[in-house]
Design a protein around this ligand. Sequence first.
Ligand code: ACO
Length: 420
Amino acid sequence: MSQNAIVNLDGQTFEFPTFVGTENEKAIDIAKLRDLTGYITYDPGFKNTGATKSAITFLDGEEGILRHCGYSIEELADKASFLEVAYLLLNGELPTQSQLDAFETAVKKYTVTNEALLKMEQVIPTSTHPMSELSALVGLMEGQYNPDETSENILRLIAALPILAAWNYKKSIGEAIVAPDQSLDYCSNFLKMMFAKPGEDYKVDPIVSKALNKLLILHADHEQNCSTSTVRLIGSSHASLFSSISGGILALFGPLHGGANQAVIEMLEEIKQAGGDTTKFIAMAKDKTSGFRLMGFGHRVYKNFDPRARIIKKAADNVLTALGVKDPVLTIAQELEAAALSDEYFVARKLYPNVDFYSGIIYRALDIPTNMFTILFAIGRLPGWISQHMEMMTNKDPIGRPRQIYVGSPERAFVDIAKR
Ligand code: ACO
């Protein structure tokens, strides 16, 4: 039975409705709080703020549950293809075989070299981080297409991201680009554009393309995280889908979010260079004055374990064995995890490895350069961002505009510059 939340303020009693989601998540609806009481809520980092109602992804951080439209991440990662999961996120239902075939064909139709965009890509300096370049190029797509062609633009984006990523890599190694191959599936085409020499009869290793498929699925959506909230916030001003995704890519770039996958490998390398002793790094992570955090550890929502990290840890072991790769940083990562999980500091704060802790080790085994790890995350997250943007527009969510409590100077008179 629904109940009201009672708030007592300044000698008055106010009632606010509550509601419960499909999975028993409870919320107090404070939409009228300021109008009725004059107060706002104060919640830095939105730790307790539900910004929207969403039917796309459910996660329970205490129980380590993640489901998209009701389907568990474990089953999706094990049984689906990335485009199948993309279809699910965009449509709310798993596709039939003919629906999936039609969706794949539609994505392939746009899997072509965009010559005008390529010209722009070529003038971006190689010193630019791949994530900045990706964001810029997606932003520039804005000028090429009619924003009202929503379904075409969705397909264009899904087709474009792997192409833009491969261009960046080819430029960084001074090689000519390899044209997309529409005869290949999504992951295999990306691998060919990345690793084939121009004109080479390149054979995609199925172990590698399967591993990539799994990684992309594991990143496909994660409800209202920093980059997705950015996408929704930008979109809420009715900026275009391209602008919203361009902004989401930049939010993902930061090391506290998607950029952690690059930061983890850099940290593990640093530990290796320093002789492999994890003790010093654990001590540094616990020392608040050091400014150092254990990258790939901790999560805003998961306080028990991150189900994606469990799947990725197992996959890392399998992929390295299947490819015959011996990566010493895997051993360091395992030691670091074991040391942290038995340390009171990490246990008390419920800090566990997150999705980014082991993903970089797989990317390395697939020969993806470290500065492109977050690009892979972005390719994976794209269907999630798009579906969240669509939901926001369909639901006619109002423009996102938090309030604040002003703590600066009270009113004062302007002082002429000569007298300051
Ligand atoms: N290493 C050491 N201490 C940590 C870490 C860490 N990785 N993460 C959190 N803590 C500590 C904090 O210092 C704080 O301690 P205190 O209570 O003594 O002050 C406590 O744990 C809670 O941390 P918060 O920063 O308040 O947690 P928040 O939810 O704001 O941050 C975040 C979550 C950003 C993921 C954080 O855990 C972090 O910085 N982790 C490292 C970066 C990372 O791996 N990011 C990827 C996240 S997954 C993703 O976005 C795809």
